[in-house]
Design a protein around this ligand. Structure first.
Ligand SMILES: [Zn+2]
Length: 287
């Protein structure tokens, strides 16, 4: 393809606020999961009932984006935006296209974030959930676009937004275009803020790199899920850079609370009630 034309297509697509498409209530796929803590196996129904906390050892078990949605959104209330949205391969990164195809097949997702609207404890909100199975939920053009559009929708409908972050950072396979999503999502968060609307970020394990350094850290209220790793660069890189050993529990949720990086730490079982309560309080004040 003509490189100039391709570049123009990318810029057009990025500059355009595309219309949202909607689809309703994706059910989480029924699969057996093994607890990484004790090796016990569980079916989806059993795990969902236990809120994805291992009934025998208490370990948090990884959730897919739709599993998280079903735990947080009121039943049947989730309407997904832009389910089929995909990104670009702007720098022709070797093997990227193939890797993306495999990710899509393995996860059933088109990209690393699921966005939509729902009610949470009866309160209307926009909900975004990143899925770390998909290239460590790294942020490329598609993730940036979907998060951006979710914020724009929330501004238009005067809704609060709740974003569950989990990410390895910007997606290096998309080069500078991925890094630009940091500015783009930050600008979208700023517009939402200027409209006087509430943004709650729930940082889950792991939230790192360019996602921490952009929209994840810009919420009015930042909740860390218990035990989550939250930071920018990894511990090893920091240790090598400063030539010092870092303390036990460095970059974990409790450490980040103590250092003032997050506002609260919540356990998985009480997350939905916590979010619903915050939405309720802020909703009441507005009216
Ligand atoms: Zn276990």
């Amino acid at each position: 393809m003509n490189p100039f034309k391709e570049r123009k297509n990318i810029l057009d697509a990025i500059g355009k606020i595309t219309r949202l498409t909607f689809s309703t209530d994706e059910k989480a796929a029924d699969v057996m999961k093994t607890c990484p803590g004790c090796g016990e196996k569980y079916g989806t129904g059993e795990l969902a009932a236990a809120k994805y906390v291992c009934p025998s050892c208490g370990q948090y078990i990884s959730m897919t984006a739709y599993e998280r949605v079903s735990q947080i959104a009121d039943e049947g209330s989730f309407r997904e935006f832009n389910k089929a949205r995909t990104g670009y391969d702007p720098i022709d990164f070797p093997g990227y296209e193939k890797k993306i195809q495999k990710m899509r097949k393995d996860t059933g997702l088109k990209e690393a974030v699921v966005t939509g609207s729902c009610t949470i404890g009866g309160e209307k909100a926009v909900l975004c959930v990143m899925d770390k199975r998909f290239m460590m939920a790294s942020m490329g053009t598609a993730v940036g676009e979907k998060v951006f559009l979710a914020f724009e929708y929330a501004v238009k409908k005067k809704l609060p937004i709740v974003i569950f972050t989990a990410s390895g950072g910007a997606r290096m396979q998309e080069g500078i275009m991925a890094l630009m999503q940091m500015a783009r999502t930050s600008a979208a968060a700023a517009r939402h803020d200027e409209a006087g609307l509430l943004y709650i970020a729930v940082m889950t394990d792991p939230t790192t790199g360019g996602v921490t350094a952009s929209f994840a850290s810009l919420a009015d209220i930042t909740i860390a899920e218990k035990g989550a790793l939250i930071g920018f660069a990894g511990q090893r890189v920091i240790e090598q850079t400063i030539g010092e050993e870092l303390p036990e529990g460095f970059q974990r949720a409790d450490f980040q609370l103590e250092k003032g990086f997050v506002d609260m730490v919540a356990g998985r079982p009480e997350l939905k009630d916590t979010i619903a309560r915050i939405l309720f309080i802020h909703g009441r004040r507005r009216h």
